[in-house]
Write a protein that binds this ligand. Sequence first.
Ligand code: PLP
Length: 367
Amino acid sequence: MIKFLDLQRINQRHEAEFKEALAGVLDSGWYIRGRQLSAFESEFAKYCGVPHAIGTGNGLDALILILKAWMQAGKIEAGDEVLVPANTYIASILSISACGLVPVPVEPDPQTCNIDPGRLQAAMGRRTRVLMAVHLYGQLADMKRLSAFAKEKGLLLLEDAAQAHGARDAKGRRAGSFGDAAAFSFYPGKNLGALGDGGAVVTPDAELARLVRALGNYGSEKKYVHGMKGINSRLDELQAAFLRIKLRSLDADNERRREIARQYLEGIHHPELQLPHWDGSSAHVFHLFVIRHPARDKLAAHLRKKGVETAIHYPLPPHRQGAYREWNERKFPLTEAIHREVLSLPIHPLLQEEEIRFIIQSINQFP
Ligand SMILES: Cc1ncc(COP(=O)(O)O)c(C=O)c1O
């Protein structure tokens, strides 16, 4: 079976370095908020081209901490509205609800599956304060138009970059460097994945960085002094040490993902199948290679029979989930069509040439 994601292969490459890192942390006797975290934070901030990075427990917490910090700073308050793509992983939307803010879902551009900047104006309300851009599947959202809109309307711009580590625009600006703040996830399957949960906030705003750091540490900047109602959400020393090692190969891994995408785009020929839109640039890091087919389930079954594992991102849109019962009757036809038809092919950087050829051949043989 060709696995959809072979984490063992991906991480085995670093086994010797991981063991050394583990020994280093063991020797240090220091597991939380130590030297590894500080080093990772400065290396990741530099990589993203942003002055500040703060490690968090996971990507969802990174989003929540940004919103909480803006509330703490008095920039937004409970009941304010946040524009967010209707077509995203539910965590983007959960972070808004978790802070007592109101998510306002906006339909995607059907070509990129990212939020459609042309639909933002109609979604604006009296209390709209934040625009959340999500770089879905690893492709930068249209940051030029989204930044211009946020600026014109005085909105805070938040990037959910959980799927887009390293994506960069034509000027070399990386995901995470466009907004007032950005959230990353280091969930193991991400392009930069830890050996457990992890996340980070990056921001150009020193005051926001201070608040996020304190809020993720029980609202404390000095031991046992709690100036804010915080939570506990930190990136531990071991994960930080592992991530430092993997950060060094992120660009090469992303390039390999693009190379596999190139081969898929050139090799797959099927009349009813829609391939992902890509301009060929580094603005896409192909966290996922998502194709669309009206008979998606049959295609997935055909590939499974051939020995190719696929995945669906995602089977049910957020507005159809039990968590958002209040939206269940609302219609988001573009989002719904995407969820009905999408299928993700294996695209991890350790996929072998013969596996890629076999996957292409198997799809082209689909009746
Ligand atoms: C777009 C998006 N946002 C947020 C998250 C949440 O990240 P985490 O799983 O680290 O909490 C994820 C990943 O799971 C994601 O894909």
